[in-house]
Design a binder for this molecule. Sequence first.
Ligand SMILES: [Zn+2]
Length: 181
Amino acid sequence: MSRHRLPPSDRADLTAAMRDIAAAGRAARTMLAVTDDAELSITVSQAPAPLTSQRPRALCHRPGRDGPLPPTAVWVGEGSQWETPFAVDRPVRRDSDLWPYIAGTVPGGAAGLASVTPLGAEQVAAAYLDWLIEQPALMITLIEELGGADLACDCPLPATGEHDHCHRSVLLAIAGDDEDI
Ligand SMILES: [Zn+2]
C-alpha cells in the first residue's frame, strides 16, 4: 500500500468542500425545523445543540481534577471520538492501519522497519491530520459538532508564542474557518 501526504493546497480544498457539505446539512435542518411534519421534527431534534464560545480556543482540562468542563467546551481527549491514535511514545507497527500515516514522517519508516515511534509532537499532529482528512464522515461531524466550541484535552497548553501540537489544535483549525490547515 502506498499513500502520499496530501499537499497543503489539496488539504485546504478538501476541508473547504467538507465545510460546504456541513453548511448544506445545517441549511437543510433549518428548513426542516420550520415544517409541521412530526416525522421531520424528530430528525431536527437530533441535531447537535449549538455551542456559543465567542472565540473558540484550546483548553487544558484534567478529568477528575479540574471539575466540570465549561458549557462551551467539548472534550476531545482520550475516550472521545476525537482522540488521537498517535502518540510520541507509542510505536506504530508496520502491519498497523496507522503505518501509512507515520511511515513517511519518521526516519527509517519508509525503509519498512518493523515498527517506528513518532519522534515528536509535531509529527504526531501531522499524522493525526492526515488520518482525519481521509475520513469524510468524521470530518463533517467534526465541522458540525465542534464548530464554535472550545476544545479540551489534558495536554498542557503551549507557552505564549509557541505552537500547540496537541491534536485539539488540528480540530480547532478544521472546525473553525482557518484557511491554513
Ligand atoms: Zn492533547
